[in-house]
Design a protein around this ligand. Structure first.
Ligand SMILES: Cc1cc2nc3c(=O)[nH]c(=O)nc-3n(C[C@H](O)[C@H](O)[C@H](O)COP(=O)(O)OP(=O)(O)OC[C@H]3O[C@@H](n4cnc5c(N)ncnc54)[C@H](O)[C@@H]3O)c2cc1C
Length: 490
């Protein structure tokens, strides 16, 4: 992922990125990591020595104080070599440490940031519970005040880096704390805290080298100073932390897609069928162009997202980036398998592993189905207050028409119709990606990039058209009745 706006920090990141690339080529073997289902300690230590774990942490505590955009470029590089490594690092830089950096006290910074910046301690983050996945309002892990302590009870699931983390940022229900009866707060937990334990590693479809564990709190006593930020303000802090997490995760999707793209182009040039290289066949050429264009738009959207300074704008952009990049990475990896033919299905080729690895990106950090509804809601709120805009591109105007027609047909009731909001969210993600791709191509004026941007714009048009003609209620009711009658798939 090349920076499209170059400044003095870009050079620092370029140099670090080059070191990371060389290190990964030497030390990171994705197939071995996949087979062993763990990342060798030497890899994490080596990345720590390069300063990767501290890139976004403050310089005062040993970090490099770089920006979200810079971290995205490093995670993109890592994902080209191994997605498990990229997810472990991305989680540390985003969900794992962002809360501490932004909301932590000076004492909390002193205690943990130096170790987190050097990689001596790796960070984890936990909201999900057995009964609370997409619905974070139903957290059951509860922290109650007991004098100078908080007593925590409950269970958490699927914690990335759980098996080796030195610090966990954990979302808990804190009834009464900070004034709110149903309030939630964030607490900082160390693996040695009494009453706290880390569960066994999960066996997964992909990202096998990354650590994913449950956590158990049984009467765990934490000093009250372990509260992160204001008590009862968990959801507000989570919104910011998740924006960072989703942006970095999207950068990882770009890296995975870039790997597939490079491999597929090389294969299509070298493999001959029907007396010509695959790359000379019309249908193959078109598919390669679409893969390139999608990847170009994914990168453009991630860079545009990472550059947002305003919290609200970052939150909305990160929803679009997360959905667009996770779907894009899955699609590019699937096309890569297809264009490799039988070879694509063979593990040694490498693209099958990416297909497995990126599948979860549509689920974690918020299932896409849920995030699309949030994105649709944000878009509708904005468009309804701004009205129709002048001098926008055709595709933006089509999205305006769609949003405004939803609003005028359903009035405020539309906000209680998740299917419509979901459809609007899907169209919005494409249009935001198209806007980012167009702006990026206009910056460089590179003919190929301008062509990619045009291709993405055409697809965004199709996405808006698709979203504005959803399945009719009649069709869905009919299908749902069939399900009810049989109790299963008819
Ligand atoms: C490998 C891995 C790593 C993870 N790492 C972490 C981590 O580090 N920290 C952490 O806290 N969590 C982590 N998770 C958990 C992850 O964020 C959740 O799995 C995810 O948020 C979905 O929650 P759920 O699994 O409970 O699915 P559910 O909430 O049970 O949803 C299942 C499906 O139902 C659909 N659905 C649900 N609600 C809606 C809705 N309102 N509208 C439309 N469709 C809906 C979606 O298709 C969704 O995928 C990880 C998960 C995995 C697999």
């Amino acid at each position: 992922m090349r920076a499209d706006v170059v400044d003095e920090r870009t050079e620092v990141v370029d140099a670090l990125r080059e070191q990371v690339r060389r290190f990964c080529e030497r030390e990171v073997n994705a197939r071995d990591i996949d087979a062993a289902a763990r990342i060798p300690k030497a890899v994490l230590e080596g990345l720590g020595a390069l300063g990767v774990f501290g890139v976004t942490l403050p310089e005062a505590y040993g970090g490099a104080g770089l920006r979200l955009e810079d971290a995205c470029r490093l995670v993109d590089e890592l994902a080209r070599h191994d997605r498990s490594v990229a997810v472990s690092v991305g989680l540390h830089l985003g969900l794992g440490t962002r809360g501490l950096v932004r909301y932590g006290t000076a004492a909390q910074h002193e205690r943990w940031l130096p170790k987190l910046a050097s990689g001596e301690a790796i960070a984890a983050f936990s909201t999900t519970e057995p009964g609370a996945g997409s619905d974070l309002s139903s957290l059951r892990t509860v922290a109650k005040e007991d004098g100078a302590h908080l007593v925590v009870d409950g269970e958490k699931s699927y914690v990335t880096n759980g098996g080796f983390a030195g610090l966990f940022t954990v979302a808990v229900s804190t009834p009464g704390l900070g004034g709110a009866q149903r309030g939630q707060s964030l607490v900082l937990v160390e693996p040695t805290d009494p009453g706290f334990s880390v569960q066994r590693e999960e066996h997964k479809l992909g990202l096998k080298g990354s650590s994913t564990t449950g956590l158990v709190f049984e009467n765990a006593r934490l000093p009250r100073e372990r509260l992160l930020g204001e008590p009862g303000q968990g959801p507000r802090m989570l919104a910011h932390i998740l924006s960072w997490g989703r942006t970095l995760m999207s950068a990882g999707c770009c890296g995975g897609a870039a790997y597939c793209l490079d491999k597929t182009v090389a294969h299509a040039q070298q493999r001959t069928q029907f007396g010509r290289p695959l790359a000379a066949l019309d249908v193959v050429k078109e598919r390669l162009a679409l893969m390139h264009a999608r990847h170009f738009a994914m990168e453009a959207l991630v860079l545009a997202t990472a550059r947002q300074q305003d919290d609200e704008a970052l939150a909305v952009h990160s929803l679009a980036a997360k959905v667009f990049c996770s779907e894009g990475a899955g699609w590019v990896a699937d096309e890569a398998v297809q264009l490799h033919g039988g070879l694509g299905f063979i593990e040694e080729t490498g693209v099958a592993m990416v297909l497995r690895d990126v599948r979860v990106t549509r689920i974690f950090e918020g299932a896409n189905d849920v995030l699309l509804t949030h994105l649709g809601t944000a878009e509708l709120t904005r468009r309804a207050s701004e009205g129709r805009r002048h001098s926008v591109s055709e595709v933006e105007a089509a999205l305006d028409d769609f949003a405004l027609s939803l609003h005028s047909t359903h009035k405020l009731r539309v906000f209680r119709q998740p299917r419509l909001l979901h459809a609007l969210g899907a169209a919005t993600a494409w249009v935001m990606a198209s806007r980012a791709a167009t702006q990026r191509a206009h910056l460089t004026q590179h003919p190929t990039q301008l062509a990619f941007a045009k291709l993405v714009e055409q697809q965004a048009h199709a996405a808006v058209a698709r979203a504005s003609t959803p399945l009719t209620d009649d069709t869905l009711v009919h299908a749902a009745l069939g399900l009810e009658r049989t109790g299963a798939r008819p």
